[in-house]
Design a protein around this ligand. Structure first.
Ligand code: DLL
Length: 434
């Protein structure tokens, strides 16, 4: 197991951590009340004032906030710091409606970098590493977030961004990249391009770590990536609203450490907003405890996960969240049955003849929803014998049905057919909404 970036904080006894969280919660509630007309109004509607927040449990008295609040208060109506203290903005494109704007004071950027310096150290990186940042630079938080975090830790950063994949692979070899940060779907594409170039990631590069996130990906995909390249692939999580990429797994690969001195994490029932029991799945809710330009109180992020407060085998005492199942709004309802794209991915990635790329298309034929799963075959799984293909199609259908409880039409397509993504992969086209 690797060492710690800040052992005093990372291994803090739980009692001390909770008392720090309590102090910071009281502080942030007072801070937003004094600095943001939005929160004053919200607190008034909920009939509370900062004096009502005395203990950690009182967090439940606070009203939730959501993405819609950020949109309705576009661009900076939810900010708590004056404009001249903001040193950076990021903007998320938002698939529907207005984008959302997030902002950072100098201190917020430091906290963000500190969070990632701890995280990257926990997965074994150090100043000896060369980190290739293949997340988008610019309005997206991925590129600059990882860039500052890896630099803070003392690693050398190679700021390649997305695209120009062949050049990325050449640079990876020339500069001795040891870790790459990008979306898992983009890494699958990098693997494919490397193979075409005749470059073996395992033998011809020094890559040993992948830091993959910004989109859901399954354990089966992790296994494939690790088996094919020999690297260790770690999950990284965050959202632009709470800063950007912030938290990763440690080398134990048993949940993502969410730093409790910076964030208070809750898991609630997405329908009722009531807390779920520990170990049960629900929607993540974050309160920022150390953020000043855009502090968020009980922000419902929309992602589904499970939280554990058990101390990790690495010795870190902060809570962990398990692999994100997807967003509440990613869930497809097909003929009344809930389907998460991540479940489809888990099934497909277990079948060796199936390649790394797939997509889901949903149509409505009369009153009936139809789900089609288009699946690329591997070069070796591809056959021109109709009988073989039909057999495989049946196998995929059967396995999907076993897990999803719903029949899906399976279309097997030639390798290279499904569009590749450099950033977040678009896996679902739902024609019912058009
Ligand atoms: O995707 C921040 C980020 C950049 C995270 C780089 C990790 C690496 P947004 O564009 O605001 O921010 O999208 C956030 O992406 O609410 C999740 O639904 C999804 N997401 C992010 N990481 C993961 C992950 C960045 N590891 C939204 N697993 C979140 C599953 C993830 N979903």
């Amino acid at each position: 197991m690797s060492g710690y970036w800040d052992p005093h904080i990372e291994r803090m006894p739980l009692e001390d951590l909770h008392s720090l969280q309590e102090d910071r919660l009281k502080f942030v509630v007072r801070y937003v009340y004094d600095h943001s007309a939005f929160y004053r109004q919200r607190f008034k509607e909920a009939g509370i004032t900062p004096e009502d927040i005395k203990t950690l449990a009182d967090v439940a008295k606070l009203p939730f906030t959501k993405k819609a609040d950020l949109r309705d208060n576009y661009p900076t109506g939810m900010f708590s710091a004056p404009k001249n203290q903001v040193v950076r903005y990021h903007v998320s494109s938002g698939t529907t409606g207005k984008p959302t704007v997030v902002g950072y004071t100098r201190g917020d950027i430091e906290t963000w970098s500190e969070s990632l310096a701890r995280a990257l150290t926990s997965l074994g990186l150090s100043r000896d590493d060369v980190v290739q940042v293949g997340y988008g630079y610019g309005l997206f938080t991925g590129g600059l977030g990882l860039h500052y975090g890896a630099e803070r830790m003392g690693a050398a950063v190679l700021p390649v961004g997305t695209g120009n994949t062949e050049r990325q692979i050449e640079l990876m070899q020339d500069l001795g990249t040891t870790a790459i940060a990008c979306t898992p779907s983009y890494f699958l594409h990098i693997m494919e391009v490397a193979e075409k170039m005749g470059v073996s990631i395992r033998n011809d590069t020094q890559l040993k770590v992948g830091i993959f996130g910004a989109e859901p990906w399954s354990l089966e995909t992790r296994k494939r990536i690790e088996a094919n390249t020999g690297i260790n692939a770690y999950d990284i999580y965050g959202t632009s609203e709470i800063s950007g990429p912030l938290f990763t797994e440690c080398q134990a690969k048993n949940g993502i450490h969410v730093w409790g001195d910076m964030f208070l994490t809750e898991v609630v029932d997405p329908d009722t907003g009531e807390p779920v029991a520990e170990g049960e799945q629900g929607e993540l809710v974050f309160t920022t405890l150390h953020k000043f330009a855009l502090p968020l109180i009980r922000y419902r992020i929309g992602d589904l996960s499970v939280m554990s407060n058990e101390v990790c085998e690495c010795g870190r005492t902060h809570p962990r969240i398990m692999r994100i199942m997807g967003r509440t709004d990613d869930m497809l309802i097909i003929r009344g049955i809930n389907v998460f794209p991540s479940q489809v991915e888990s099934v497909l990635m277990r079948i060796p003849e199936v390649g790394d790329h797939w997509e889901i298309i949903v149509d409505r034929k009369g009153p009936l929803d139809m789900m089609t799963v288009r699946v690329e075959l591997t070069e070796s799984g591809f056959s021109d014998k109709i009988g073989d293909l039909m057999k495989l199609e049946n196998k995929v259908s059967k396995e999907l049905k076993g897990v999803l409880n719903i029949a899906a039409k399976v279309d097997l397509v030639e390798p290279g057919t499904i569009p590749r993504s450099m950033g977040k992969a678009k896996r679902v086209t739902d024609n019912r909404k058009v």
